[in-house]
Design a protein around this ligand. Structure first.
Ligand code: OFO
Length: 174
């Protein structure tokens, strides 16, 4: 693998770890304001983000590349309620989508077809994540301040369970 591409993979690993801790912080906040289901949903996403990072690590190892671990940015934030959290998630995931797209473009420009193909799973995953978050935002917008509707949404979010992502090209993660 060419050095700039390997470095960009390491930078993406850092972003995935940041994502994980960002979700963990949001999970704590949601729990503190009484949305236990949404807290559980974001905790599941924390676990997924760890797996995303770890699968990138496995991929670099499979390519005989060293990972450059970097300092993870402070994930703390301030929110004004559950809808604010999900709007913040959408904004964050849009930036991750951009970052994955740039990585895939670099893989393509480097002529690294293997890396480019590997990244297709991540590209599709971002589409799914943005769609899921937008769906939650739509529901929250309909609910507005209706307490019963908000509790129903919270219960729905609480039904999410962690399923370990299987990323083609690296076997099972973690
Ligand atoms: Fe790793 O998918 Fe979200 O950030």
């Amino acid at each position: 693998m060419k050095e700039p591409l390997s470095r960009a993979f390491s930078a993406q690993i850092n972003k995935e770890y940041f994502s994980a801790f960002f979700y963990l912080v949001m999970s704590d906040y949601l729990d503190a304001i009484g949305f236990k289901g949404a807290a559980s949903w974001t905790y599941v996403q924390y676990q997924e983000e760890l797996a995303h990072a770890q699968n990138l690590v496995h991929y670099l190892h499979a390519r005989n590349e060293n990972v450059k671990y970097m300092t993870i940015a402070d994930p703390s934030g301030e929110w004004n309620g559950i809808k604010d959290v999900f709007l913040s998630i959408l904004k964050h995931e849009e930036s991750v989508t951009e970052s994955i797209s740039e990585l895939a473009t670099l893989a393509m420009q480097s002529g690294d077809h293997a890396a480019y193909t590997f990244l297709h799973w991540y590209i599709a995953e971002q589409v799914e994540e943005e769609g899921n978050v937008q769906d939650v935002i739509d529901k929250l917008q309909i609910a507005e301040d209706n307490q019963n509707a908000l509790l129903t949404i919270d219960n729905l979010l609480g039904a999410r369970v962690y399923v370990e992502p299987i990323v083609p090209g690296v076997g099972t993660s973690i």
